[in-house]
Design a protein around this ligand. Structure first.
Ligand code: SF4
Length: 778
């Protein structure tokens, strides 16, 4: 049976007729809601026989496939012996100034509908009408034209042949891709322990169209084991696209590496790594329009050629896209979004699927499709989603813009003044002392002033005038729109947090439980596979990730010999905040003791920078000669890389890295072999008590009676397990994990610790010495 390829008339024309500059700075387009309303207004004024929103389709059968072109005509009027196809266009331009006959896209659209309709009903001629509606003035201008079927055919056939050539290429590629997948064997001689199980469970989950949580420690090869069954389903044309969603660059690198291994075994797949605009833009100081950026000027004149040539490649990595963008002089970010339409495997950050501000509308504004989401390090998604569905604005932002607009834009200046007054009133209401307070209602007083500001800002921005304050205004305008959109979502899953200090007041609409929003985005995929080394307790993750009732869960033990990992626990040292001054000396002594038994590289994880610094100072007094390195807050990427680079195989002496739990060095770093000999984990990772954490606690207390665990204990122990997971990264690794806290062996923490851990407890230093000697065979 021939496959069916669907294309809408609108997308067909976008592809075949686009010309000109890319312009992401022009403002004032009519919103979809405004457009729909305006269309309905016109349609309601039409005579009785006028039919609105008429579906039309047309099929073209080639040797290989059927191309199905569909569209929805704004209006169809059949009266006496006249048939008129009506296309309504809303505008804000002066109707007397519109060069109507020169707008090829508008005429193209209505001519395509006319051809499809005339062809279907065997008509020799047909009338078409473009109806322009000025949305501000309420004025209408109509232009009619009669076309014969021959005239329409002469227009339509060359147009469609351009697209058919492209579809032939896509069809040919799909055959090559599917053949390569169907002939693809597992790339290694043997499966690692647990790998086959993951592959079969993922295969079933995708086939059954359900969600699956895969908890699998490092070493199983889960990236490959999860990607391969998804690719096999794609090769049977049962999936349309795979989205591999990551939280960090390391996740993206792992996915690219897995695909490269499969490519070496014959896989042909178009894969694309979507890189954030600020990281891939070669012109960061320019504006995204043809006047300012050469990669935007004439972008659409070159885009199709660039696409056709680029399609000779399979692997669109960061570097590959940058090279193509330079070669064809096209904006790399926009071009990568365009390539995503034609690629099979898209590697991108979570936010391209879940963040309401940046999700890929080209895929996820439609109904469910045959997409599969592979969600890497899924334990991170809960906190990331909380941030995505929350929004915050502070008083200072408005005052800074107000200063810039003084004597320039009086209406906006006044509007910003009113926002400032509203902030001051709120501040007065809550008192002047520094505090964070929470309310169960949205910040309505602020919202109404923000709406007014947004309308005034839109009016000015729509003039598209240059000004030195334009960028600041535009940024704040988008922040305000984001805030108002978040306020629209406000329900029992939200709270408003007022963070007051002497200088400022910040108002945050805080998403306490993002599960509902995650669920609604997950519904766009046929199947979602969540995977991580830490997905326990299962009920917590199923609930917090927004999984549906059919979701399954599998948990695999570590594939490495358990005797290679020494797990030592002392539950006699309190790491409570109030005891930290007393315990810093013991901690420092314990670290000195640990490294004395084995020269090597060690990482010590603390619950806070303050505790880290206190213990570090003690350590330095006790052992001034051992090399140390300290994590500091706000390290740059370069500084982080330098930190990690210190952990080398070649070290002749010990190195102790002092880091914070849950930070950049407690997840997603791979210090294989001698690069890491041991980790000391201080505390149970509890997030600090805060207004937001307390809101989470209260929310889940009333939902399931488990608030403290959901807000503090589960997120905490996940950080502990992630930090512990740094030590054994390959089958030849040996190392020590030393856990220090009075609570670690009590519920719920002990239930979540891996079952294969052979935990050895100690109290006194001499007991630790014995255990270390035993482990290292001294
Ligand atoms: S290259 Fe940079 S400045 Fe130019 S259009 Fe692209 S993102 Fe904008």
């Amino acid at each position: 049976m021939k496959s069916i390829i669907n294309i809408s008339v609108r997308d067909l024309l976008d592809f075949c007729l686009r010309r000109g500059d890319l312009d992401l700075t022009t403002f004032g387009a009519i919103s979809t809601t405004e457009g729909i309303k305006a269309h309905q207004q016109i349609q309601n004024q039409r005579p009785e026989e006028y039919q609105s929103e008429v579906f039309i389709s047309h099929e073209i059968e080639t040797l290989e496939y059927i191309l199905q072109i569909t569209g929805r005509m704004d209006g169809l009027r059949i009266a006496d012996d006249q048939i008129i196809i009506d296309e309504i266009k809303t505008t804000k331009q002066d109707l007397t100034q519109i060069e109507l006959f020169e707008n090829p896209l508008h005429w193209a659209q209505v001519k395509c509908y006319a051809y499809m309709y005339a062809q279907k009903y065997n008509l020799g001629k047909i009338d078409v009408q473009l109806t322009y509606f000025n949305i501000d003035e309420g004025k209408i201008k109509e232009i009619k034209h009669e076309f014969t079927i021959d005239e329409l055919r002469a227009y339509f056939e060359p147009l469609i042949s351009t697209y058919i050539k492209w579809m032939d290429k896509i069809h040919e590629w799909t055959t090559i891709r599917n053949d390569s997948i169907n002939n693809l064997a597992f790339p290694f001689r043997d499966f690692r322990h647990g790998q086959e199980k993951i592959m079969s469970e993922v295969g079933y989950a995708i086939a059954d169209q359900i969600q699956l949580l895969v908890e699998a420690p490092t070493g199983i090869g889960k990236t490959l084991a999860i990607s391969l069954p998804a690719l096999q389903t794609l090769g049977r044309n049962e999936l349309f696209k795979i989205f591999y969603l990551t939280a960090r660059t390391t996740g993206r690198n792992a996915a690219e590496a897995a695909l490269n291994i499969l490519r070496e075994k014959g896989l042909r797949i178009k894969s694309l790594s979507l890189i954030a605009k600020d990281k891939i833009c070669p012109n960061p100081d320019r504006l995204c329009n043809g006047r300012d950026c050469k990669f935007a000027a004439g972008y659409y004149n070159r885009a199709n050629n660039a696409l056709q040539s680029a399609f000779e490649n399979d692997n669109f990595s960061h570097n590959a896209i940058t090279d193509l963008a330079i070669e064809y002089q096209v904006c790399p970010f926009e071009f990568s979004l365009e390539l995503s339409l034609w690629c099979d495997f898209i590697i991108c950050d979570y936010n391209y699927v879940f963040d309401p501000k940046v999700y890929l509308r080209r895929f996820f504004d439609d109904d469910v499709n045959d997409y599969c989401f592979l969600i890497d390090e899924a334990h991170n998604l809960i906190e990331r989603a909380r941030a995505m569905y929350s929004a915050e604005l502070n008083k200072k932002q408005f005052l800074e813009l107000r200063q810039l607009l003084k004597n320039k834009l009086p209406k906006l200046y006044r509007s910003l003044g009113k926002i400032n007054t509203t902030y001051l009133k709120i501040k007065k209401q809550y008192g002047s002392g520094a505090a964070t307070l929470a309310e169960n209602d949205p910040p309505s007083a602020l919202q109404s002033e923000l709406e007014k500001f947004s309308n005034h800002a839109e009016e000015w921005l729509a003039l598209n005038q240059p000004a030195d304050f334009r960028e600041v205004l535009l940024d704040l305008y988008f922040d305000v729109r984001g805030f108002l959109k978040t306020a629209e979502r406000f329900d029992s899953n939200y709270a408003t947090c007022y963070n007051i200090n002497d200088q400022n007041l910040s108002i945050k609409i805080f998403c306490v439980n993002p599960a509902y929003h995650l669920r609604s985005m997950l519904e766009h995929a046929r199947s979602s596979i969540f995977f991580s080394g830490t997905l326990k307790p299962t009920e917590y993750f199923l609930e917090a990730l927004g999984c549906d009732g059919s979701a399954r869960h599998i948990s695999l033990p570590s594939p490495f010999a358990s005797e290679n990992l020494g797990i030592l626990v002392t539950n006699r040292v309190s790491t409570f905040f109030r005891n930290r001054h007393h315990t810093k000396e013991i901690l420092a002594r314990t670290i000195v003791n640990l490294i004395k038994h084995r020269t090597g590289n060690y990482l010590v994880y603390f619950p806070s920078y303050e505790y880290l610094q206190m213990t570090f100072d003690c350590f330095k007094k006790q052992d001034p000669n051992t090399s140390t390195i300290i994590q500091t807050s706000n390290m740059t990427e370069q500084e982080r890389l330098q930190f990690i680079a210190q952990f080398s195989h070649e070290s002749k002496n010990s190195l102790v890295g002092f880091a914070v739990m849950g930070g950049a060095f407690s997840e997603s770093i791979d210090l294989i072999g001698d690069r890491l000999t041991g980790a000391v984990i201080v505390g149970v990772g509890l997030p600090p008590v805060s207004t937001e954490r307390e809101l989470i606690r209260e929310y889940f207390d009333s939902l399931n009676g488990n608030g403290y665990a959901y807000a503090y204990q589960y997120p905490g122990i996940i950080k502990v397990l992630q930090a512990a997971g740094r030590v054994i990264r390959s089958e030849n690794d040996r190392g020590i994990v030393l856990l220090i806290d009075t609570r670690i062996l009590t519920p719920p923490y002990d239930d979540i610790l891996p079952r294969e851990w052979d935990i050895k407890q100690f109290i006194r230093p001499d007991e630790l010495n014995v255990l270390l000697d035993e482990f290292w065979g001294i």
